[in-house]
Design a protein around this ligand. Structure first.
Ligand SMILES: Nc1ncnc2c1ncn2[C@@H]1O[C@H](COP(=O)(O)OP(=O)(O)OP(=O)(O)O)[C@@H](O)[C@H]1O
Length: 229
């Protein structure tokens, strides 16, 4: 069962462009809450604002209006430098295209996130190894990403997202580049992560298989959430 609140967004708006000039209201009056231990799916047609909403929740972009609280921090009030540090420690991101660094090994990709958060040496090495073991990909620790399959890359990306033990995981079409079976196992993994690691996991996706694992399904249309919280 879901537990305490991890994220609370209230009356979010995001406008691109300027009024009367290539103006797009991508997110309009969205309020939602994400709790520890739950997997929430955000679905909706192309252009309905899903990715924009996810980027606001992940503090990658500032809302035009509205507030976001993650744990006890009002993130919409943080300065850019504070936000970078906050994101590193509190939010794990998973993308359709994995976004691994091809010139680093699998182990180094995970260690880098730990290093950026101030953890280094043996502790960082052991933590990265532990996560790769947990995600069943430790046998590829010294490989470079281009040598991995899509499913293997996504496992590494999930290990990296978990590196600093963030309470919030955000995934944008995490199965979009994977075949059916691999996609299925990645979804199971994310569901497991929500339950066993007590993370709040939000997934933007068109993949109907995720519905089965979702504790809640939020639907977007024209920038609005059509399912009320
Ligand atoms: N950087 C940007 N500048 C201007 N308009 C943008 C920008 N990013 C997104 N938009 C517009 O905002 C609206 C919402 O886009 P968004 O990518 O959030 O939708 P989506 O639901 O994720 O779509 P898809 O399912 O196709 O990925 C669209 O009309 C899009 O064209």
């Amino acid at each position: 069962m879901p537990h305490h609140s991890i994220l609370k967004a209230e009356h979010l708006y995001k406008m691109y462009g300027q009024k009367n000039l290539n103006f797009v209201q991508a997110v309009e009056d969205v309020s939602l809450e994400l709790k520890a231990g739950e997997l929430v799916m955000i679905s909706g047609p192309n252009g309905s604002g899903k990715t924009t909403l996810l980027s606001l929740l992940g503090c990658m972009g500032k809302p035009t209006e509205g507030t976001i609280k993650i744990l006890d921090c009002e993130v919409t009030c943080l300065k850019q430098t504070e936000l970078t540090d906050f994101r590193l420690k509190n939010i794990g991101f998973i993308f359709q295209t994995f976004r691994l660094l091809n010139f680093l090994t699998v182990l180094e990709n995970v260690k880098l996130i730990l290093n950026l958060a101030g953890k280094s040496g043996v502790a960082a090495h052991q933590r990265a190894k532990f996560l790769l073991e947990e995600l069943n990909i430790v046998h590829r620790a010294n490989f470079f990403p281009p040598a991995l399959s899509g499913g293997e890359k996504q496992r590494v990306a999930i290990a990296r997202a978990l590196a600093n033990d963030p309470p919030l995981l955000l995934a944008d079409e995490p199965t979009g580049s994977l075949d059916y079976q691999t996609g299925q196992s990645v979804i199971q993994l994310l569901s497991n992560v929500a339950k066993t690691h007590h993370k709040a996991v939000a997934i933007v996706t068109h993949d109907p298989r995720i519905e089965h694992y979702a504790d809640r399904i939020l639907k977007m249309e024209d920038g609005h959430l059509t399912t009320r919280e």
